[in-house]
Design a protein around this ligand. Structure first.
Ligand code: GLY
Ligand code: MN
Ligand code: MN
Length: 444
């Protein structure tokens, strides 16, 4: 394993501290996620909080980052679990406060057991408290208790922060533009997920179960060092592909089915997010090919619009245009393309009937990553360093006025795009995608 490099995280803390100072200064408190019990003594796999990770690279539970943005000083403090011989025998290695300073480059570090006792004096005299209320009730209570302790010390000259503010918007704006360290990690995550999808294409066959293909995805993720999937994998054969969040993955694949796989690994806390749709028997039928080509063309149109300065919504609108045209051309929709778009989700004749989600989202530490999409009524313009998915689809449920040969076909094609200075770079482009490439890859 390459040694941990604290520099990108320390640089982000420094940038945030500067912004906190410009916002009036004070103290920011960023706790990691609480642990989630599963049943009896079993726990869900622990996943740290993404904001906390972004500013520290630290993945242990219970950690709390405290940033002090004073007039003259900028200090970063990590509260973390103390070294503990017995607990480490049961649960594994803990870094402890000393490594928080040396390995993770914090200015100060303390055992997390000291947090509640130290917090009032850290809060005292701070003009602002930057803390996101409402995400963790138990932690909120600790913060409120410390605040009240400071308020009780008013007569000894200790002032509590006047305002409680949310620093997330500042961090969100930082997270929207990926730095080199993040881009390198996400390229690697995209490459692993690409390998996993290629492996899945060669595993699927009529008579096998969806979960057998899911197992191959997980095998490839883990084999290449990914900690876990970035989200629950969707492996949906035939009609199941028309259930957008299908995750039971327990049905038998039939000859003639398409298989829709939406799966991506998480690597060093960063998500990848790929969807491919391919025929279980290795050959697209005529109707499958017709709809597949429409989705592929829609994705190409959206990718062509994924470039700096373009409002976030424009790639979606480009995809919708191609999809609506295709739906009219093949007889899924009657009437004009303009009407299909204009009616959207308002009428049965709108494209929404067969395409009911949006074409992309920010991607990063979270699969649906942090960051605004709109400011007021204006879509954010794309900027170099943004990572966004491009994922159009068509889903046809059986209905009386829908041509029968399209029934139960569900198709989505999803790639991950890094916005560059001139356009975008599809970091998952090695995953077979055209009809010819998929059929050739499956034929082996
Ligand atoms: N896999 C989640 C999504 O595509 O948005
Ligand atoms: Mn996605
Ligand atoms: Mn996806």
């Amino acid at each position: 394993m390459t040694p941990f490099n604290p520099k990108p995280y320390a640089a982000r803390r420094a940038r945030l501290l500067k912004q906190l100072k410009d916002a009036g200064g004070g103290i920011a408190i960023i706790p990691t996620s609480p642990e989630a019990p599963r049943n009896r003594d079993a726990h869900y796999p622990y996943r740290h909080d993404s904001y906390s990770y972004y500013l520290s690279g630290f993945t242990e539970p219970e950690a709390v980052i405290v940033l002090i943005a004073g007039k003259k000083v900028a200090t970063s403090i990590l509260f973390c679990r103390a070294k503990h011989e017995e607990r480490e025998i049961w649960d594994g290695f803990r870094h402890g406060p000393q490594a928080a300073r040396t390995t993770f480059a914090f200015d100060q570090a303390y055992a997390v057991e000291e947090f509640d006792a130290r917090l009032p004096s850290l809060l005292g005299g701070a003009p602002n408290l930057f803390y996101s209320m409402g995400f963790d009730a138990a932690f909120d209570e600790r913060v409120v208790k410390a605040l009240n302790a400071v308020r009780g010390m008013a007569r000894s000259g200790m002032n509590a922060p006047e305002a409680i503010r949310d620093a997330r918007a500042l961090i969100d704006a930082m997270r929207l533009v990926k730095d080199k360290h993040e881009i390198d990690t996400m390229r690697r995550a995209g490459a692993i997920s690409t390998e996993a999808h290629k492996r899945a294409m060669r595993t699927a066959k009529p008579g096998a179960y969806e979960y057998e293909v899911e197992a191959e995805l997980l095998h490839e993720f883990r084999r290449q060092g990914s900690e876990y999937p970035a989200y629950t994998s969707i492996v949906a054969a035939g009609a199941n592909a028309c259930v957008l969040h299908y995750v039971s993955n327990d049905q038998k694949m039939k000859d003639g089915d398409l298989l829709l796989i939406d799966a991506g690994c998480e690597l060093n806390s960063y998500a990848s997010d790929i969807t491919r749709t391919f025929p279980v028997n290795g050959k697209f039928s005529g109707p499958q090919r017709d709809l597949y080509q429409i989705v592929l063309d829609a994705q190409a149109a959206a990718i062509a619009k994924t470039k700096p300065g373009v409002p976030f919504n424009v790639p979606h609108e480009a995809a919708v245009k191609v999809l609506a045209q295709g739906m009219v051309d093949v007889g899924l929709l009657k009437g004009s393309v303009d009407a299909a778009i204009e009616q959207g989700n308002k009428r049965e004749g709108g494209y929404f009937r067969f395409y009911m989600h949006r074409t992309g989202h920010w991607l990063g530490l979270d699969v649906h990553d942090a960051g605004d999409y709109k400011h007021g009524d204006k879509w954010l313009p794309l900027a170099p360093g943004n990572m966004v998915t491009v994922e159009p689809g068509i889903y046809v449920r059986p209905a009386r006025n829908v041509p029968k040969h399209f029934w139960n076909i569900g198709i989505r094609i999803e790639d991950d795009a890094l916005v560059t200075a001139k356009g975008c770079d599809i970091i998952t482009s090695e995953c077979p995608k055209t009809v010819a490439d998929i059929e050739a890859w499956m034929a082996g």
